[in-house]
Ligand binder design. Structure first.
Ligand code: SF4
Length: 301
């Protein structure tokens, strides 16, 4: 059986944050890190800071100074005058403002794509645009777009697919702009952009879907086309869901697994190839370990 593995591993924003923490921790005995955590329990378990807390041996081998990093669970634990390093996910604006009023020294390693998405929301709404936020309704980036629009007295409509645009009540008096969730489904995003470009009312479209999403989903889609079945190593985050959706659009047999124990031996019966892909919180070594496990499981048939 041929096993085709994705090579994306951690996304660029996560690698950048780990590199930054590793650099900072090289010259300090203790570094406090913190960032916004997901509302999904599964994504929290896969979170990059949780991985530091668990003292992941492969992670520490790649970023040895992370042994000096201490994870803070709650911003209320950060005291006046403390230093804090923010992980790839950053923090909500009010939390950051509160830390700054406490004179906390913040080193911000938030992913630049997330920073750009957030600043784009502020710029557009402050310039008077209503928003079309592409992404899943429960995606926190779309929820952020709703909050920012509300704060500026603008309308924000979330669209998950091109057909949703038909239900928007565009009126010529308002300016409209569209942003895409950074980890959104890139196939649907392109379809939404295409449909918006046909609209009679001019809509400003800002490309905010991140570079990693395009690359990761393109790779996953290609591997899924070439394989009999697909395993998506699911970290519970929005990027994993987008990968799953893209794979499912080109392959009828796609399974979401979060550990080796989830893989069923009967899935491997009568197949000649399998693709293994993952979300942004799934390191390359986990994909490779899954491939090795699947290979062993297949040999028992
Ligand atoms: S998936 Fe994209 S936006 Fe999200 S952290 Fe990674 S690089 Fe940044």
């Amino acid at each position: 059986m041929e096993i085709k593995t994705a090579k994306s591993g951690f996304c660029v924003g996560i690698k950048r944050a780990y590199n930054g923490m590793n650099r900072i921790a090289k010259t300090r005995e203790k570094v406090n890190v913190f960032h916004r955590v997901s509302t999904s329990a599964q994504a929290r378990e896969w979170d990059t800071l949780r991985r530091i807390e668990k003292e992941d041996s492969e992670l520490f081998e790649e970023y040895p100074n992370l042994v000096n990093v201490s994870v803070i669970d709650n911003p209320s634990m950060i005291k006046s005058g403390d230093d804090v390093v923010l992980g790839f996910h950053g923090i909500e604006k009010p939390v950051k403002e509160e830390l700054l009023t406490k004179n906390v020294d913040i080193e911000d390693l938030q992913c630049p794509f997330i920073s750009r998405y957030n600043s784009t929301l502020e710029e557009l709404t402050s310039e008077g645009y209503n928003l079309i936020a592409f992404g899943r309704k429960d995606d926190h980036h779309c929820l952020d777009a709703q909050s920012v629009a509300k704060a500026y007295g603008r309308t924000c409509v979330t669209v998950e697919k091109p057909e949703d645009i038909n239900h928007i009540n565009f009126n010529a008096e308002n300016k409209w702009a569209c942003v895409g969730s950074v980890t959104g489904n890139t196939v649907l995003w392109k379809a939404v952009v295409s449909k918006l470009n046909e609209n009679e009312i001019e809509i400003k479209i800002v490309e905010t879907v991140c570079r990693d999403s395009f690359k990761r989903q393109d790779e996953a889609s290609q591997l899924s086309k070439e394989a009999d079945i697909v395993l998506v190593v699911d970290d519970g985050g929005g990027a994993s869901t987008s990968v799953f959706e893209v794979c499912s659009s080109v392959n009828d047999t796609v399974y979401r697994v979060s550990s080796k124990e989830d893989v069923k031996i009967e899935w491997l019966k009568d197949i000649s190839s399998i693709a293994i892909v993952g979300g942004i919180l799934v390191p390359q070594w986990t994909i490779d370990e899954m491939a090795s496990y699947v290979n062993t499981l297949h040999s028992y048939q």
